[in-house]
Write a protein that binds this ligand. Structure first.
Ligand SMILES: C[S@@+](CC[C@H](N)C(=O)[O-])C[C@H]1O[C@@H](n2cnc3c(N)ncnc32)[C@H](O)[C@@H]1O
Length: 288
């Protein structure tokens, strides 16, 4: 009798993340297929952390649906996506936006993303939207401008990014607390560099797990994400105000994936703080 992969055969290691749905595959929605070291296909629910950007996550499709719903918000805009992975959300954004900076880390991932963008350029052509794939590492302070490095930034890119960006996007990037901290610090730093007020739109899937440490079903990564949002919102005394609000998830679904209840969208509106008096040394820092 043929062996079917069972739940208890799946090995979860500390450097893997649960990845229960990627693209809609009828009857196999909890499984993804990957080639093992022998080149044989195997099913798995866990993805090594270094590979998380090489598949489409449900939150990317959810965020893409929101863009299609709120397309007038994106029309003609300059958009920056953080942790774009395959580039799907950036591509959808570029069907209405003018320029989308589609960013992530790692030359091979970015090359795959660039290839996806090129293969689907017909989707952005009608609106003249441009997707620029660039490296943006949340763990580094600046943008790479070394012309010899692949996916580095030109001076013109940086000037365009800071002068015109009004929307930031991030889908499914809240699965590791250190990376979540780094992502929020990046958001905070960028918001202070952008010339205009901006809105960050973040998608997250609340993955519930039973943990032995809590003897309960929890989602620590999601809890940490929410605590970072609270910290941002409570910042006072700086030049910017961060207003956080959940987005009603009842917008239409155009793309094919399972619209589960655990999918959430959050908006962070960044605006000049009212009555801010600039005083050196008083600017609060995010203490993540
Ligand atoms: C779970 S994937 C989500 C990918 C895509 N947004 C989606 O929803 O399909 C997380 C993404 O964050 C990226 N990432 C992880 N660490 C990063 C860092 N330090 N700087 C920038 N991106 C990072 C990964 O490479 C990966 O593409």
């Amino acid at each position: 009798m043929a062996r079917t992969p069972a739940m208890d055969e799946v090995t979860f290691r500390s450097d893997t993340v649960l990845s229960d749905v990627h693209l809609y595959t009828p009857n196999q929605r909890h499984l993804m297929v990957r080639l093992n070291s022998m080149g044989q296909p195997e099913h798995t629910m866990a993805t090594p952390l270094e590979d998380v950007g090489k598949q489409v996550w449900r939150g990317a499709l959810f965020l893409a649906d929101y863009i299609l719903f709120q397309w007038d918000l994106f029309q003609g805009r300059t958009v920056l996506e953080l942790g774009a992975g395959t580039g799907l959300t950036s591509l959808v954004a570029a069907t209405v936006a003018q320029t989308v900076y589609c960013t992530d880390v790692g030359a091979d991932l970015l090359a795959m993303c660039q290839q996806n963008i090129a293969l689907n350029s017909h989707l952005t052509a009608p609106g003249d939207g441009v997707v620029k794939v660039r490296e943006l590492d949340w763990l580094k302070d600046g943008l790479c401008t070394d012309p010899k490095a692949p996916f580095s930034w030109s001076e013109e890119d940086i000037s365009d990014l800071y002068s015109h960006t009004t929307i930031l996007l991030a889908a499914e990037v809240f699965y590791d607390d250190d990376l979540t901290d780094a992502l929020f610090k990046t958001l905070y730093r960028l918001a202070h560099k952008l010339k205009n007020a901006c809105t960050a739109i973040l998608s997250v899937e609340k993955r519930l797990n039973f943990t032995l440490s809590h003897l309960d079903v929890t989602c620590e990564a999601y809890d940490h994400f929410r605590s970072c949002l609270r910290q941002l919102e409570q910042l006072e005394g700086g030049p910017l105000r961060f207003a956080v609000e959940p987005v009603d998830a009842a917008f239409p679904q155009h793309l094919v994936y399972e619209r589960i209840q655990q999918l959430e969208l959050w908006k962070v509106r960044v605006e000049p703080a009212p009555r801010h008096v600039a005083s050196p040394g008083r600017t609060p820092r995010l203490s993540l």
